[in-house]
Design a protein around this ligand. Structure first.
Ligand code: FES
Length: 190
């Protein structure tokens, strides 16, 4: 259609160009968010220590103290990309006597090593503390307590659900993802 009303036409064209630029920007940011470092843990990922003397190195079963506490780590893709662009990917790992695990937890564990989402199901804080008395994970924000031997069930506090769990396997002693998260990670929006 010819554009007879030139001021309107110029304005329309400007808005069209701005719209296209915005669409390209949004598409670009969507692509960035879809990058390897933002994707959730996938089978054959390893785990990179978040902190400590082995920060960035792959977690091995022998690195984990038998009976806790947990360590924090991000999944690491087979190409070495650490999936730390999404905080929902933060994971806690711990090792126990396999005989101490419930059947459900033992089925997901690898030689007693368990892995759960570190994101609390109450308000999304990282579950970064350990209770020696309860032998369990503790969220430092409002003291929810999760049982690592029993599918991270909530044993105290306001968290409404267990932490999502990952299935694991060992590859030459390196803790490796066998299956994706068992459920929703973090807070559920109603
Ligand atoms: S955010 Fe974890 S108990 Fe509230």
């Amino acid at each position: 259609m010819p554009c007879d009303d030139w001021p309107y036409c110029r304005c329309y064209k400007r808005r069209t160009i701005l719209g296209l630029l915005l669409a390209q920007l949004l598409a670009g940011s969507a692509r960035a968010e879809e990058g390897e470092a933002a994707k959730p843990p996938a089978p054959d990922d390893r785990f990179a220590f978040l902190t400590g003397p082995k920060k960035g190195q792959a977690v091995r079963a022998e690195d984990l103290a038998l009976g806790g506490p947990q360590v924090q780590a991000y999944p690491m893709a087979p190409d070495g990309t650490v999936r730390s662009d999404n905080r929902l990917n933060l994971v806690i790992l711990a090792r126990f006597d396999p005989a101490a695990l419930t059947d459900e937890t033992r089925a997901r564990a690898a030689d007693g090593v368990v892995a759960y989402s570190a994101i609390c199901t109450h308000q999304g804080c990282p579950v970064n503390m350990w209770s020696k008395e309860r032998n369990a994970f503790v969220c430092s924000c409002h003291a929810s307590i999760f049982d690592p031997r029993n599918a991270a069930e909530v044993i105290d506090g306001p968290a409404p659900r267990p932490l999502a769990a990952l299935g694991l396997k060992l590859k030459d002693g390196v803790v490796t993802v066998a299956s994706t998260f068992s459920g929703h990670v973090g807070v559920t929006q109603n």
